[in-house]
Design a protein around this ligand. Structure first.
Ligand SMILES: C[S@@+](CC[C@H](N)C(=O)[O-])C[C@H]1O[C@@H](n2cnc3c(N)ncnc32)[C@H](O)[C@@H]1O
Length: 229
């Protein structure tokens, strides 16, 4: 299956719009949870694959060294250093150079996410940990009458098996709850645009949906560690 088109260099504002809606109207933060897990792991060197403009870096700061890696120069420019412009499938780092690798809402852009997972494993030290997140195919059902996210190469349903090919044991932490409440028509439109819905579908939803609209978010955070020896 092809990865979802990456428009982050040509339309960084589309990503920022989606992030702003989520940040403003969500009751939970994936980034705060990942930051807390990195602290518990005692990770000192973290590679954030698909770092965008630094949402995870902000959540862990001050904390471990976070090296940002992304293909989109437009977003990387806003990420504090150190940053590297590179592809998740070919990490420009030696073996065993990080305590943790994060890949948050990124791997669905890759046609073969397994290759990026193997690369993450390669750059992890013995006992290092990969934290990857994925959205579920049945996410945001309240908006399906207007737009439904197409299946991707790395949905939450398949993600554990993809990580399982490279890591012995994968812990899966799922969410399935109305974690987001869209207060008005503009928020409905911006939420859909942020998810790469076509603008006509976003406009139709904004006109038709009754607000405030609780939205059921479904997805998973996967945590996989390499052997300690
Ligand atoms: C949905 S955004 C997620 C960004 C951030 N991790 C977050 O959780 O908000 C996907 C990010 O992955 C980046 N990306 C897409 N394909 C990539 C690839 N093959 N290698 C590295 N980064 C990639 C995009 O440029 C974008 O910044």
């Amino acid at each position: 299956m092809a990865g979802v088109t990456s428009d982050y260099d040509s339309a960084p504002e589309r990503y920022r719009l989606g992030m702003a809606v989520t940040r403003r109207h969500s009751s939970e933060s994936l980034y705060a949870e990942v930051a807390a897990r990195l602290t518990v792991l005692g990770a000192r060197r973290v590679l954030d694959v698909g770092c965008a403009d630094g949402v995870l870096r902000s959540a862990v700061s001050p904390g471990p060294l976070v090296v940002g890696l992304d293909t989109a120069a437009a977003l990387l420019r806003a990420h504090p250093p150190p940053v590297v412009r590179a592809d998740a499938a070919h990490l420009p780092f030696p073996d065993a150079s990080f305590d943790a690798v994060t890949a948050l809402n990124v791997l669905y852009h890759l046609p073969e996410p397994g290759q990026a997972v193997r690369e993450a494993r390669r750059v992890l030290r013995a006992g290092g940990t990969l934290l990857a997140s994925a959205i579920a195919r049945d996410d945001s059902p309240e908006l399906w009458p207007f737009w439904r996210r197409p299946a991707t190469s790395f949905d939450a349903e398949d993600a554990p098996a993809v990580l399982g090919e490279a890591f012995g044991r994968v812990a899966v932490h799922r969410w399935d709850a109305p974690l987001l409440t869209l207060p008005d028509a503009a928020a409905v439109r911006d939420y859909l645009l942020g998810r790469q819905a076509p603008s006509d579908a976003a406009a139709r939803a904004a006109r038709a949906v009754r607000t405030p609209l609780p939205v059921t978010e479904r997805g998973a955070l996967l945590v996989a560690s390499t052997d300690r020896t």
